[in-house]
Design a protein around this ligand. Structure first.
Ligand SMILES: C=CCn1c(=O)c2[nH]c(Cc3ccc(NC(C)=O)cc3)nc2n(CCCC)c1=O
Length: 627
């Protein structure tokens, strides 16, 4: 009688030893998924993970033996990993979204303009590339099968994924960054799951010389998404953002498509709780920032004014959904922090430092002779004369040229270890959100904080987020780059339709959160920062929350939104704050800014820009002109 393809393959699987777990205990859909990819990738063995401590110990031991991990003996259960220097960051140019209809994925970009809001390939085209790449790619290697949950296992807002990978480094990081457990199989049952397939792209016998015991295939890196069938395929890179598929690929790109279809939001946002210790009242805010704005630092700040307690729910991704009472609730779908190490120290983020003193993995940081980690910004926290080995494995000392740690080096640590992790950080229902905050690194023209006049005005503010960054390509130093909604590298579908989805979230019976914009980075004419930032940012969050509580006396109207009334932000204890300079709105700066934003949207989103956004832009431009 006719046998299902996977039945045939399973029979053939007989020659593929299953070194751990029971294939036939897996849900049928998982068996089919597995059979197809075993058939394609041709691994030497199958290892069905259970996320247990024992499993981590076994895999860690193997990686130490193989020289992939080095134990950092100064801490408990911490390891250093050096990658191949050719495999150190996400590769946006090799990141693709495949749909049949191009404009489901990318907007109608102006003729001759290079689209920067996502890269599209036709489904068939990417499928052909994938089949070519993955054919036999795991020869001589073990395929790990990782069942994981984004969000607390079984939670109503959580989603399940299954990742196949030939990298046991990825397995170790996935069990920190997501919830990996054999319980997933029964929770999943016969439901759908996000299919994640990852390979380092180095079948044995290896063709390309392996550097640092880090197999990879830099020339053939491809990170592909098939949103319609909730599938992610990643080839050639072992590096975090490309290989821990639960993070950017699943929890942002694919999840934003699921959220579009199911009526919620998957955003590049931190989630933090602020408790007013006088009233005991706690409110939560979500904030979206481009890179280099200190998002993780803000998520875990130590308040500098008495009377506030800050606790973190998440530092990178938020899944937001209105509940049946019309309250917006957020969960952190992740289980750990995967933060930029350089710049993190006991001054800028003591709570992060205290999160990775054990059970953590450090990638491309430097190592001290006494078995500790080191990176730029930690100079005052180690013995100045200690011998250091840099991320390339070379001897290094403070003061020497070059960087000790790679600028994109990372700590990977369990969120549960953060001293100020919120007690409800794993509440399946999520936490109630009072305010959404966008921000960017804006050295000139943009005030410390402003509040949008309405939800749709706030969506326009989010769409116009820009931030100063060392322009990757040119070596002309810093440029102000667009990063709309701080989601530019993580869009799952047509940005214009995504803006429309945000606008559609507003409904009469819902308590819509207020939308704010902050800028910690304004400088004076000498280039000196006008705002102390860091823990003092709690003063701005305090103003935000008083606005959310309906305090009308602390805001004044301006062409770009409500500004704090002079003196309405608690500056106690701060030296001289040049308020007028910090909050000035140079007319010509803002006229240029608005025109530049309109031009950006015309070029990059074109006819897909919702009319309401044009209305908000034009109304704001008019307000600026008339002021
Ligand atoms: C919650 C903190 C957010 N935040 C900030 O608010 C912040 N502000 C600044 C600029 C700045 C730097 C130094 C001082 N002060 C002194 C004493 O050096 C003040 C402001 N840098 C900041 N950084 C670090 C750069 C981003 C990775 C930062 O993360």
């Amino acid at each position: 009688e006719f046998m299902e393809i996977h039945e045939i393959v399973i029979q053939k699987l007989g020659h593929v030893p299953i070194v751990k777990g029971d294939f036939h205990m897996l849900p049928k859909k998982v068996q089919k998924f597995l059979a197809k990819w075993v058939y394609t990738c041709k691994p030497r063995a199958l290892y069905i993970c259970d996320g247990s401590h024992a499993e981590a110990e076994e895999v860690t031991h193997k990686l130490i033996e193989r020289g992939v991990l080095t134990k950092l003996k100064k801490y408990e259960n911490c390891y250093l990993c050096r990658t191949d220097p050719a495999d150190v960051a996400r590769v946006e140019s090799k990141t693709w979204i495949a749909t049949d209809d191009k404009y489901e994925t990318v907007p109608h970009v102006r003729q001759g303009v290079r689209g920067i809001l996502g890269q599209w390939k036709h489904t068939k085209e990417l499928e052909e590339e994938v089949n070519g790449d993955f054919d036999g790619c795991m020869a001589g290697r073990t395929m790990y099968v990782i069942p994981f949950s984004m969000g607390p296992i079984g939670g109503p807002l959580s989603k399940i994924g299954v990742q196949l990978t030939d990298s046991n480094y990825v397995l170790l990081c996935m069990r920190i960054m997501t919830r990996v457990s054999a319980d997933i199989w029964e929770v999943l049952g016969d439901n759908d799951f996000v299919r994640c397939v990852h390979s380092m792209g180095c079948p044995r016998p290896v063709q390309r010389k392996v550097v640092n015991h880090w197999p990879c295939n830099p020339d053939k890196i491809m990170i592909g998404h098939f949103p319609a069938r909730r599938e992610i395929v990643s080839f050639g890179s072992g590096y975090g953002g490309n290989s821990l598929l639960g993070k950017k690929c699943f929890a942002l790109r694919i999840a934003s498509v699921i959220a579009r279809d199911e009526g919620w939001l998957a955003e590049h946002m931190l989630i933090m709780g602020l408790t007013n210790e006088k009233t005991g009242e706690e409110k939560f805010v979500c904030a979206a920032f481009p890179s280099a704005c200190g998002k993780t630092n803000l998520a875990m700040i130590q308040p500098t004014i008495p009377g506030y307690k800050v606790r973190v729910v998440g530092d990178d991704i938020a899944w937001l959904r209105f509940d049946d009472k019309g309250v917006l609730r957020a969960i952190n779908p992740e289980n750990g922090f995967f933060g930029v190490a350089p710049g993190t120290n006991m001054k800028t983020n003591p709570n992060a430092m205290l999160s990775f003193q054990k059970n953590s993995i450090f990638t491309n940081v430097a190592e001290t002779a006494d078995g500790g980690f080191f990176w730029e910004g930690m100079e005052d926290e180690i013995d100045k004369n200690i011998a250091i080995t840099n991320w390339l494995g070379q001897p290094w000392k403070i003061g020497m040229p070059g960087s000790a740690a790679h600028p994109n080096s990372r700590f990977t640590c369990p969120a549960s270890q953060c001293p100020i992790i919120h007690p409800k950080w794993e509440d399946p229902e999520g936490v109630p959100v009072s305010a959404l905050i966008f921000g960017g690194r804006r050295p000139t023209g943009v005030p410390l904080v402003f509040e949008s006049y309405s939800w749709q005005h706030g969506v326009m503010v989010g769409a116009c987020v820009k931030s100063e960054s060392t322009a990757a390509a040119e070596h002309t130093g810093k440029k102000i780059m667009h990063d709309p909604m701080a989601m530019r590298p993580f869009m799952g579908y047509n940005f214009g339709k995504y803006l429309q989805h945000w606008l559609d979230m507003e409904k009469p019976d819902r308590k819509m959160p207020k939308i704010f914009h902050v800028n910690w980075f304004r400088v004076d004419e000498h280039g000196k920062f006008l705002w102390p930032g860091f823990g003092d940012n709690v003063r701005v969050l305090d103003w935000v929350l008083r606005r959310c509580a309906g305090d009308e006396s602390i805001a004044v109207k301006s062409p770009i939104g409500y500004l704090p009334k002079k003196g309405s932000i608690d500056l106690t204890g701060l030296g001289d704050i040049k308020w007028d300079e910090l909050f000035s709105l140079p007319k010509h700066y803002w006229l240029d800014d608005m025109r530049e934003s309109k031009r950006f949207l015309e070029d990059q989103v074109g006819t897909d820009v919702p009319q309401v956004i044009w209305d908000e832009l034009n109304a704001q431009e008019k307000r600026i002109e008339e002021q």
